[in-house]
Design a protein around this ligand. Structure first.
Ligand SMILES: Nc1ncnc2c1ncn2[C@@H]1O[C@H](COP(=O)(O)OP(=O)(O)O)[C@@H](O)[C@H]1O
Ligand SMILES: [Mg+2]
Length: 339
């Protein structure tokens, strides 16, 4: 099935999230724009603490308020305003839920005292209005779909009787039970070993395509993101600093942060004798540097970077995507900056 990526599903404009730290609001997400088309898979990548999870949770409506405060000029899925907070309900007599989210640790998403079949059946009865017998049959079908072997009998097992990879498959089945139009996957394979990780990524890719479901795939690992998305957003210190088609961004990164991330990333099947860590660490959101938040770590930084936040600009004339850097397009490698 071809993804109809030109039809917008999710539109987010100027999303801001702040947390109250000792009574003082500290903004950690500073005006994020994001869009996902029907059946499109979009990535958010960046170091730990850059605001990826907060962005995902704000869209899902599951940030605790307070301490969180979320505002946006626009945040809607298929025309439904998400700005009221709370997990959105499906409208127009539809059942299920427009957005579902999965997380790094599958075990916390599964109730340990219930058999996985009961958890699934309960969701199908409550959220999709199915009869118990239909729900049981559908639960088996969903577990089959996520390739749980012997689904018919395994349905009677408890979460702890499954491996981490199998638990994540069950969590995916539980998300699918809600028939979401958008799945937000927040580091869904980070806790799994490499072989299992590859299987889960393949499963997500297949399901996303066959259901023409939108997906936001969040990861700190560029290689993982490249496996599943067609468009990527690079996030740093609460801002999207570069975005565009995954091939263009990875082949020709315009932002020095993207360049540094790519240099730091291990290459599949390649043994590196040297790693290029990014010097320094991301800023503390309660005392951000003036100007571009990346400037203290950037070898290309000049005076303008130290006092002016760069605008969001097109990555390439006439192309799609954005880069927010006063020196967009200049190369760290050409500067010899990381050697
Ligand atoms: N519940 C919370 N209360 C206060 N600060 C938070 C909370 N959750 C996240 N943050 C802060 O928001 C920033 C972004 O965090 P997060 O979105 O979890 O980063 P990422 O997912 O990219 O690693 C961090 O500085 C983090 O400390
Ligand atoms: Mg996170």
């Amino acid at each position: 099935m071809t993804a109809t990526v030109d039809t917008p599903l999710l539109t987010v404009e100027d999303l801001r999230v702040s947390f109250a730290y000792g009574g003082r609001p500290v903004e950690v997400v500073h005006g994020v724009d994001l869009s996902v088309g029907v059946g499109e898979s979009v990535g958010i990548v960046g170091e730990s603490g850059s605001g990826k999870s907060v962005t995902g949770r704000a869209i899902m409506g599951i940030l605790p308020t307070p301490p969180a405060r979320t505002t946006a000029k626009r945040m809607e899925i298929a025309g439904q305003d998400l700005r009221g907070g709370g997990v959105p309900e499906a409208g127009d007599g539809h059942q299920g839920q427009p957005i579902a989210m999965i997380f790094q640790n599958p075990f916390t998403a599964l109730n340990p005292v219930f058999r996985v079949g009961s958890t699934l059946t309960e969701a199908l009865v409550k959220r999709r209005g199915m009869s118990r017998s239909d729900a049981t049959a559908e639960a088996v079908r969903l577990l089959d779909r996520v390739r749980i072997p012997n689904a018919k009998s395994r349905i009677r097992n408890y979460p702890h009787e499954f491996s981490g990879g199998m638990q994540q498959r069950i969590v995916i089945a539980l998300a699918l039970a809600l028939e979401p139009r958008l799945l937000i996957a927040d580091e869904p394979t980070t806790a799994l070993d490499v072989t299992v990780q590859a299987e889960i990524l393949e499963l997500l890719r297949e399901i996303q395509t066959e259901r023409t479901m939108g997906m936001i795939f969040i990861s700190h690992a560029l290689g993982v993101v490249a496996e599943v998305v067609s468009r990527v957003n690079v996030m740093y210190a609460g801002r999207i600093v570069e975005s565009g088609p995954v091939g263009s961004v990875y082949d020709d990164p315009k932002h020095p942060y993207t360049q540094a991330l790519l240099l730091a990333a291990p290459k599949v099947g390649q043994f590196r004798t040297r790693t290029f860590g990014i010097p320094g660490s991301p800023p503390d959101p309660s005392s951000p540097p003036p100007g571009c938040a990346f400037h203290p770590r950037c070898a290309l930084a000049t005076d303008v970077c130290r006092d002016t936040v760069p605008d969001v600009r097109p990555r390439l004339a006439g192309g799609s995507g954005t880069a927010s850097c006063h020196h967009a397009g200049e190369s760290l490698v050409a500067e010899g900056a990381t050697r």
